[in-house]
Design a binder for this molecule. Sequence first.
Ligand code: PEP
Ligand code: MN
Length: 351
Amino acid sequence: MNSTFFPEGSRPSRPMVIAGPCSAETEEQVMNSARLLADKGIKYFRAGIWKPRTKPGGFEGVGVEGLTWLKQVKQETGMQVSTEVATAKHVYECLKAGIDILWIGARTTANPFAVQEIADALQGVDIPILVKNPVSPDLDLWIGAMERIYNAGLHRIAAIHRGFSSYDKKLYRNLPQWHIPIELRRRIPDLPIICDPSHIGGKRELIAPISQQAMDLGFDGLIIESHCDPECAWSDAAQQITPDVLDYILNLLVIRSETQSTEPLSQLRHQIDECDNNLMQELAKRMRISREIGTFKKEHDMTVLQTGRYSEILDKRGEQGKQLGMDSEFIKRVWEAIHEESVRQQLELLK
Ligand code: PEP
Ligand code: MN
């Protein structure tokens, strides 16, 4: 696969920024948001017309009517407009309305039948298309979706990294798992990668740090949800920002040149941060489970410290660590510390 999203030699030095509301809600909301964004120099506008919702009953998008508002945005502001397509019908409607850029959402990328249907509907059409990562951390499924589009003759492809679903939604709405887009870059170097900090973070405070992280990793662009009145948004209200705030965040971004020799170092450091994040989440989960065990012991009048189980854990973990190339004594020390804290938390329950 050879993406021509940015034709030879035209990869911009500043990130490409796509901004706009999560969903098109009303003509007024679309036009207000678009005018404010165009005033800030934004060149690419986004708005969801058909919204994939986790549960039924939520706002599922305004449908085709919204496409006429996007046309109006294009005519009035000169911005290029983009929206999500999930079916062949969506594709036909968008092509009819002259939408400039299409994107495939995370839930659709996860479904090869749906991606193939879109690819077939796009056969022979030359339109840029952005493919979001699938909800699960499956790089091959992501690349496979892009290949289906590529094989239909669309070569202006870029990937959107929007994070991956997890059961425990703590800090992030969708875990970034940066090593996955980093591996994508390694495998397909000329494929532009755009980061979606809105859907990774799920809250507006995280947009700036995630965007900076993406820039430090040499990503090519950002897709950020921006709404004229974020608090009142009909979908994803917690993660949307005003065009003013967007402008402020973009101005503060530090864009380092790609040739900077410290880039590999910064990529590795981000991977370390990622590992630590994952360790932290797992540790918090382990403590939570341990407190549940504490409650069970309390209800059944059992002692907190069950020495047999403790030595079994230490021996097993030491052995596992050794098999993974680590010093078993070091691993035992780590698990002693973890166990000590678990016991302390279980004793707290008895107070
Ligand atoms: C969106 O961009 O509004 C969207 C629905 O995103 P995702 O497919 O990443 O969940
Ligand atoms: Mn959204």
